[in-house]
Design a protein around this ligand. Structure first.
Ligand SMILES: *Cc1c(COP(=O)(O)O)cnc(C)c1O
Length: 428
C-alpha cells in the first residue's frame, strides 16, 4: 500500500510506522495485535459490496480498508507492505509467501506467450531454474548474459523483451552491476517504445537490503526481495516482497489473489515487530564486523583474495561507493563477503571443504548453512555446496572459485569470529 508522505527519518519509521494505522485500531497497543482470522464479519450486504468495490483500489484501501478474506488482504501484512514500500522508496508494495513467490509473480505478470527476458547469468539458483525451466513452458524465453563482462549485452534486447533482470551484489562473487547506468540505457530504449511494449528493470535487492541500497532511487522500475534474509534477520520466517509503481499494484494484487502465494499474517508479524525495526542497527554492526573480518582475511597468508565491496582494494570500490548507501548517505557495503583460499583449483577446493567441515564441527560462531542476513554468522562453500552440480572446469569458466568461501556476517563478537577463523585456517 502507499504512503501519503514519505517518512524523513527511516530508522524511526521502521520502529513506529505511521503510529496510527487505518489497517488496525491499535491506539491502545504498543505493538500491532496478532490477528488470527481468515474471514471477516461484513455485517451487511452493503458493507460486503463496499468491500469488494474498494478491493484493489489503492487509495480506498489505504483510507478505509474493508477486509473480506485473508488471501485477498490482511491488516498485518498491509502494515508491513506500507513500511517496505517506504523502505525501498517506492510507491507500493505487495508481500508474498516466499521470495520465490514474489519473483515468479512479478515475472509472470509482466510477461506472457511470446515475450522475452534478459537476465544476468549469475542469479539465485531457483530464479535461474524458474527462468530456464518454467518460463519457457509458458512461452517466455530468457537470454542469460554476463552483464559484468559483456559490455555490449544490450544487443540481446529484442522488440519483445519485457524485463531486464539482475541482482547486485552478485552471488557468490559479490561483483556489482551499475544500477544507474543500466537503467539509463534501458530508459533510452523505452523512449522509442509504446507503454505496453516497454522494458521493466527488475532488481533483486535481497543481498544488499534497502538499508544499504535502493535501486528505485537509481532508476529501477521494480525491486523485489526475499524477506527471509536481512529483513526478517532472525532466520525465523519466510517471505517475499515486490515494490511496484502504483499502476502495477492492482494487476499484481489480482495476480496474487488468484495464484494465492500470500504472506501469512503470522509470518508478517515478527518481520514487522522484530525484523524491520532492527534492520538498521543489525546492518550497521554487521558491516563494521564484515570490514574487520575482511581486513583480517586480507592479511592472512592462506588467503588468496578477499571480495568485500567496502575494501579500498576491491576492484569495484568506486561503484560500491556510488550505489551502496544507507539512508543518511553513509557508505553501506553490506554484510556479505567472499574470500578465496590459496592453491590450485583442486587443492583450493579440498581446503575449502576442510575449512567449512572443521568450523561446522568445532566453532560456535560459524554455522554451516545456506541463506544469509541472519544474526548468526553463516558460512558456505559454493564450489562443494550450492554450485556442486557444476563440474570444476565449468565452475572456473563461470567464475565460481573452487577455493571461494562465502560469509554472511552476524552479530557475534568480531574478536571471537577472528579467533575461530584463525583456528580453522590453521587446520588446512
Ligand atoms: C533466498 C533468495 C531468494 C529466494 O527467497 P526465498 O524466500 O528463499 O524464496 C531470491 N533471491 C535471492 C538473492 C536470495 O538470496
Amino acid at each position: 500500500m502507499t504512503k501519503k508522505q514519505p517518512p524523513k527519518y527511516m530508522e524511526s519509521y521502521f520502529i513506529h510506522g505511521d503510529n496510527v494505522s487505518p489497517q488496525w485500531d491499535y491506539s491502545h497497543h504498543l505493538n500491532p495485535p496478532v490477528t488470527e482470522s481468515v474471514t471477516y464479519r461484513l455485517e451487511s450486504a452493503e458493507r460486503g459490496a463496499a468491500g469488494f468495490a474498494c478491493y484493489a483500489n489503492l487509495a480506498e484501501q489505504a483510507e478505509h480498508p474493508i477486509y473480506i478474506y485473508e488471501r485477498l488482504n490482511e491488516p498485518t501484512t498491509g502494515m508491513l507492505e506500507d513500511r517496505l514500500a517506504a523502505a525501498e522508496k517506492g510507491e507500493s508494495a505487495l508481500t508474498f509467501s516466499t521470495g520465490m513467490a514474489a519473483i515468479s509473480a512479478i515475472s509472470c505478470l509482466l510477461t506472457g506467450n511470446g515475450d522475452h527476458i534478459v537476465s544476468h547469468d549469475s542469479i539465485y539458483g531457483c530464479t535461474y531454474s524458474l527462468f530456464s525451466n518454467w518460463m519457457p513452458r509458458r512461452g517466455t524465453t530468457v537470454t542469460f548474459v554476463n552483464m559484468v563482462k559483456e559490455d555490449d549485452w544490450f544487443k540481446h534486447i529484442k522488440p519483445n523483451t519485457r524485463i531486464v533482470y539482475f541482482e547486485t551484489p552478485i552471488n557468490p562473487t559479490l561483483e556489482l552491476l551499475d544500477i544507474e547506468d543500466i537503467c539509463k540505457r534501458i530508459a533510452l530504449i523505452n523512449k522509442g517504445r509504446p507503454e505496453d511494449k516497454r522494458i521493466y528493470v527488475v532488481v533483486d535487492n535481497t543481498f544488499a537490503s534497502p538499508y544499504c541500497q535502493r535501486p528505485i532511487e537509481l532508476g529501477a522500475d521494480i525491486v523485489l526481495a526475499s524477506l527471509t534474509k536481512h529483513i526478517c534477520g532472525f532466520n525465523t520466517c519466510m517471505g517475499g516482497v515486490v515494490i511496484v509503481p502504483k499502476k502495477l499494484y492492482n494487476p499484481l494484487l489480482m495476480y496474487r489473489k488468484d495464484f494465492g502465494g500470500v504472506l501469512h499474517g503470522r509470518s508478517a508479524w515478527p518481520i514487522l515487530v522484530y525484523g524491520l525495526p532492527t534492520l538498521a542497527s543489525r546492518l550497521r554492526q554487521q558491516m563494521a564486523t564484515a570490514m574487520e573480518i575482511s581486513k583480517f582475511l586480507t592479511a592472512h597468508p592462506k588467503v588468496e583474495d578477499v571480495h568485500y565491496p567496502g575494501l579500498e582494494t576491491y576492484p569495484q570500490y568506486e561503484l560500491a561507493k556510488k550505489q551502496m548507501r544507507s539512508y543518511d548517505g553513509s557508505f553501506a557495503p553490506g554484510a556479505l563477503l567472499h574470500f578465496i583460499l590459496k592453491g590450485s583449483p583442486q587443492e583450493a577446493k579440498k581446503k575449502g571443504v576442510k575449512l567449512i567441515d572443521w568450523l561446522a564441527k568445532n566453532s560456535i560462531c560459524y554455522t554451516l548453512a545456506v541463506s544469509l542476513g541472519c544474526v548468526k554468522t553463516l558460512i558456505e562453500h559454493p564450489s562443494s555446496m550450492t554450485h556442486s552440480a557444476i563440474p570444476l572446469e565449468e565452475q572456473l569458466t563461470a567464475g565460481i572459485q573452487p577455493g571461494g568461501i562465502r560469509l554472511s556476517i552476524g552479530l557475534e563478537d568480531p574478536k571471537m569470529l577472528k579467533e575461530e577463523m584463525e583456528k580453522g585456517l590453521a587446520q588446512i
